[in-house]
Design a protein around this ligand. Sequence first.
Ligand code: NOJ
Length: 525
Amino acid sequence: MLKWLENAVFYEIYPISFYDYNNDGKGDLKGIINKVGYLKELGVNAVWFNPIFKSPFKDGGYDIVDYYEIDEKFGSMQDLEELIKVFHENGIKVILDLVIGHTSNKHKWFKKSALKTKNKYSDYYIWTDDSMNSNEAIYGLYNRNGGYIKNYYASQPALNFGYNQLDLNSPWKMHYKDERLKPLRNEFLNLMRFYLEKGIDGFRVDMASSVIKEGKNFDGENPFDDSDEGLEGVKWFWNEILGTLRKEYKDKVYIAEWVVPQNSIGKCGFDIDFLTHDTLAFNELYRNENNTNLDKYYEKGYNYFSREGKGSLDNFVKYVEFLYSKIDNKGMFTAPTGTHDEIRMGTYKDNDLIKCIFAFLLTIKQIPFIYYGDELGIEHNFTVSKDGGLKRTGARTPMLWNEEKGRGFSQKSTTYLPVSTKKGISVESLTEKENSILNIVKDLIKIRKTHNSLKVSAKQEFIEKSYPAIYKRTGENEEIVVMINPSNGVYKRKEEYKKVLYFNNCEILSNEIILNACSFVILEK
Ligand code: NOJ
C-alpha cells in the first residue's frame, strides 16, 4: 500500500458549490484556492474534485467535451496549476476525476465517430452494424449505419475498450485485445500523463469496471463473490494502464469507483475503492430503517447508527474482514461519509448521531472520505433536478460558510444551486460552538493522524458488535479501544485504561465509563 495512505484523510469537493470567487453564482477554482486555509485547519490531506473539464453539464460534468480544457465556469488551466501549487504548499494532495467510460455526445471524437465515412475516431465508441440486433444500442440519431451503446445517460456514449468475449452473433463487438482499440487506450494514457505531469497526485476513476463490456458486473447479489470469471478483460485493462503509469510516476493514488474492493484493489491494481453505495452500501447505514435489502450487511436490515438501537455490526464486520483478507495490504477501501451521488446523512441523522458516525469512520480500519459539508451536518436540500442530478442534486448545494445571506458562498443574489436557509449550520457558527460536529471532526482527524494504532495498516479487532460497539486498534507500542453507542440506551462499562483520548456524552469515572445516549469514547490502553 502507498505509504501516504496510512494516515490520509480525503475530502470530496463538488466544485460548483464550494466557494464563488467571482460572484457569478457558481463555485470556481479560485474560490477553492481561497479556502485552502479551511481545509488545512480541518486537517484533511487529500482532496478529490468532481470533474472540472469542459462539459455541457448534462450529468454534473461527467459528460466531457474536452478533457484538456477547464470548463470556463470553473476558471482556467492556469487556475488549476495554481491550485496544485497552493494545495501542495499546504500539504494537501490533489485528485482529479477521470471519466473514462464515456464522453459527452458533443465531444468531437463522438461527432466524428458518428460520421458514415471511416475515420480515425470510428472505433473510439461502440457502434453496432446495421442489423439492429442490440436492444442496448440507440439507433437512428446519426448518419452512421448502426447504433451506439450508451454508458450512463443517452448523452454519454460508451467509449470502446472492447468486450470481455467475442460474440459470433454480434460481430461488431470487439475483443478487448483487438489492435484497433489501442489508439483509444493510448489516448487515455496520454491524458493521465498530462495531468500527472502537472503534479496532481492521482485520479478517482469513474465507473472503473464499465470500461470492458459484458464481463462481470457487480449486481449486488453477493458481496462476497471472489471468482475470476468474467473479470479477464477488466483485469487485463487496468493492470496494463496502472502498471504502465506506476513505472512512470511514483506515489500516485488510483481510486476506483467500482464498489467491489476484492476486484479493484485485490486484482486490478487500484489503491482505493468505495464500499457499495446506493443499494447495499455502508452509506445505507444512514438511511432506510428496516430495509431488508441490507440483511447481507446489517442484522435484520436495521440501521446500526440509529437511536432505536436494534441494529448490529455483525454482518458489516464479516464483510470488511472478508475484504481485508482479499485486499491483502495492497490498498484499502473507503466508507465515505457521503458523495455527490448520495442522500446526505444530515437528512436522517441528528447531530449526536453524526458525531458517532464520524467517530466510527475516523477510527476504523479504512480510509476516511469526507464529503464537503458533512462535517457541518448539512441536510439534503432537494427542490429541482439540475444538470442531470435528479435527486442527487440535493447533495450538491453550496457549502455554508457563515450565517449571512448567501451564506458566505456567493455575493450574487441567486446562485446556481439553491443555498440552504437553515440557520445555525455554517463553518462560522459551528467553529464558535463548543462540541459542534465540526469541532469534533477536527479533533478526531487530529487524533487519527497522530496515533499509529489508527493507521490503515494497524490491526483491528471487534470485541462487541451490538451496543455499544467496542473495537481495539493495535499499532506499534500502542493500543486504542473505541466504544461507540449510537443508541438511546445507557451503558456502563468497567474498563482499565491509560488515558482517555476523547469522548462525547460520556461520564468518565476512575474505573467505569458511562456511555449515555449517542456517545463515544476513545481510550488509550
Ligand atoms: C458515477 C458518478 O459518480 C455519477 O455522478 C455519474 O452520474 C456517473 N458515474 C456517470 O458518469
